[in-house]
Write a protein that binds this ligand. Structure first.
Ligand code: GLA
Length: 378
């Protein structure tokens, strides 16, 4: 007995060091997104308050090892950070900033002006009547100075205005436009710059590859630039699918925004593999039932064949980003893993979606390796 435990004691440190060597070997072999794209662009991820407050350590491990930029998924939106006229919620944002600083990550604030997730008090003079231009401008200025000012020098970039244009290139008829007029956009940029002259300021929107919308945004940015309004980058949201955008449209948009002297940020990337509910509407009576099943084709797991299709799609898109890495400054995935994606509940609730690079078990998917391979193949 004594002999055996003596032997164990001698062997223990050897076994432990061997284990350590094997574990670190394993780690070195495991590629990371941020290392793969080092020198090209930031690889970012959207985080939620649950993660930041320490309730999802597995996600946090992925965030720390894989990404070098962070965007709050919701907690810097107006309804969360400034829900009532005299109430600001800074606690989660402060923790987010502390975490980002400790990890040396580039942090983005999202978003200062948007028609959604903005409380209705913002647009009201009193409980009933719509506000007027001067009052709403004062509310906006105060919000921007308070929020951007608090994180001056810490949050490196802000989505200043989100989703102001329709796909046909017209300004959306939001309450911002209705009450203030077109210059709500330039005011927001000017004030954000005054609040933190060092922060990069972005215009962020979806379908930014659609030629009509792209041309309208380019024209609008040129006007802003001719007036000396500070704008530094374009955020292309990137909620894309297997068939859209075309690589030609994507590339043409990146180049067009680059020609303005702006950086391009792919701000909310996820590539949906589920069918589009707005297509294939039929008159069959069993249609609704059949449709429900057809709309959620992979309730248990994504088949290998689809993993491959998604990997190829991710790879071809990243090849466009790599080709224009002089313009593309950041690519941010909209969530850590498939289980956390908004695609599970939009545009249909309760589907099992697979749009991201990590699966529900926190494991890298084939698409993850395909994305990294795009750099190795250059
Ligand atoms: C838009 C917004 C994001 C988010 C997504 C859906 O793209 O910019 O903040 O709300 O919709 O998750």
């Amino acid at each position: 007995m004594q002999y055996r435990s003596g032997l164990l004691n001698i062997c223990k440190p050897i076994i432990l060091s061997l284990m350590l060597i094997f574990t670190s070997l394993g780690r070195e072999d495991q590629p990371t997104l941020k290392a793969a794209f080092e020198g090209k662009y930031y690889i970012g991820v959207a985080v939620n308050g649950y993660q930041i407050l320490g309730n999802d350590s597995k996600s946090m491990e992925i965030i720390k090892t894989q990404f070098n930029s962070l965007t709050p998924e919701n907690f810097t939106k107006w309804e969360r950070i400034h829900p009532e006229p005299d109430k600001y919620n800074f606690a989660v944002v402060d923790s987010f900033v502390k975490f980002g600083e400790q990890q040396n990550m580039f942090m983005v604030g999202h978003c200062l002006v948007w028609q959604f997730q903005t409380p209705s008090w913002v647009f009201k003079n009193d409980s009933k009547n719509l506000s007027d231009r001067d009052v709403l401008l004062a509310v906006l200025k105060d919000h921007i100075f308070t929020v951007v000012g608090r994180y001056k020098g810490k949050i490196g970039g802000w989505d200043v205005v989100n989703e102001a244009f329709s796909d046909d290139g017209k300004l959306k008829k939001t309450r911002w436009l209705g009450i203030i007029g077109e210059d709500y956009i330039e005011k927001a940029f000017v004030w954000a710059h005054e609040a933190d002259p060092g922060a990069e300021l972005y215009y962020n929107d979806y379908n930014m590859y659609v030629p009509e919308k792209r041309d309208a945004v380019v024209k609008f940015v040129r006007e802003l630039q001719s007036k000396g309004v500070p704008i530094h980058g374009i955020g292309m949201q990137g909620h894309w699918g297997l068939n859209y955008p075309s690589l030609e449209d994507l590339e043409a948009a990146i180049v067009a925004y680059g020609e303005l002297g702006l950086s391009v940020h792919i701000t909310e990337l996820d590539i949906n593999v589920l069918p589009d509910p707005f297509e294939n509407q039929g008159a069959d009576i069993t249609f609704r039932f059949k449709r429900r099943k057809a709309m959620n084709p992979y309730p248990d797991a994504l088949p290998d064949s689809m993993q491959m299709v998604q990997s190829e799609r991710y790879a071809e898109i990243f090849k466009v980003f790599n080709k224009h890495s002089d313009i593309v400054e950041r690519v941010t995935l909209w969530g850590v893993h498939d289980g956390l994606s908004w695609r599970n509940y939009w545009p249909i609730r309760g589907r099992t979606a697979y749009p991201l690079l990590f699966d529900r078990n926190y494991q890298p998917k084939p698409a993850f390796y395909a994305v990294i391979k795009t750099v190795k193949e250059e």
